[in-house]
Design a protein around this ligand. Structure first.
Ligand code: IMP
Ligand code: MG
Length: 181
């Protein structure tokens, strides 16, 4: 088991497994034949996944515009599930196809908010790609069009995802186990 910051990390999805899923998703996205696609990475958690998925899209000749939005959710575990924009995209989405990229779809509050925001701004179509789908945690009415893995209900870290600002740099998705003796 890898040891990082004095903790044992159990590998849930290896870099190789993630890469295979990214290539599969890119092929599915390419099959859609978008004509003016803009992909929007939802920061911060999606930054590594988005970087890899966008390069996988290049392999299948999809050439999107790339944008970033930073969203914060208040008490994602609570009923309210209120979401706010910390940093917005700069481009117009009107009459365009939007692909939102995020690390995890959990309650769905974050991506439902982002999807509705883009539709309000006149996007022709808004789809969602996530590395991990925790379907058992869903509260909002939203689904992902492209999913890397259906993830069991563990708290995961790595590949962009953190706990207390740590572990984003891991090249795999893992679960934090106990301290090393
Ligand atoms: P939700 O779908 O609005 O509940 O929010 C999902 C967001 O919560 C994800 O984009 C992550 O940033 C964060 N999140 C949810 N589950 C995990 C996890 O297991 N590890 C790290 N971040 C998580
Ligand atoms: Mg996130």
């Amino acid at each position: 088991m890898p040891i990082v910051r004095g903790k044992q990390i159990e590998v849930l999805y290896s870099a190789k497994q993630i890469d295979e899923q990214n290539m599969r998703m890119a092929a599915e996205i390419a099959a859609q034949d978008y004509d003016n696609l803009i992909v929007i990475a939802v920061l911060k958690g999606s930054f590594i996944f988005a970087a890899d998925l966008i390069r996988a899209l290049h392999e299948v000749k999809v050439e999107p515009e790339v944008e970033f939005i930073s969203l914060a959710s208040y008490g994602s575990g609570t009923e309210a599930g209120e979401v706010r924009v910390l940093r917005d995209i700069e481009s117009e989405v009107k009459d365009r196809e939007v692909l939102l990229i995020d690390d995890i779809l959990e309650s769905g509050n974050t991506l439902k908010f982002a999807r509705e925001l883009m539709l309000e701004r006149g996007a022709r179509k808004v789809e969602v790609a996530v590395l991990l789908d925790k379907t058992s945690r869903r509260k909002a009415d939203i689904f992902a069009n492209y999913v890397g893995f259906n993830c069991p209900d563990y708290f995961v870290v790595g590949y962009g995802m953190d706990v207390g600002h740590a572990f984003r740099e891991l090249p795999f998705v893992g679960i934090v186990k106990g301290d090393v003796e």
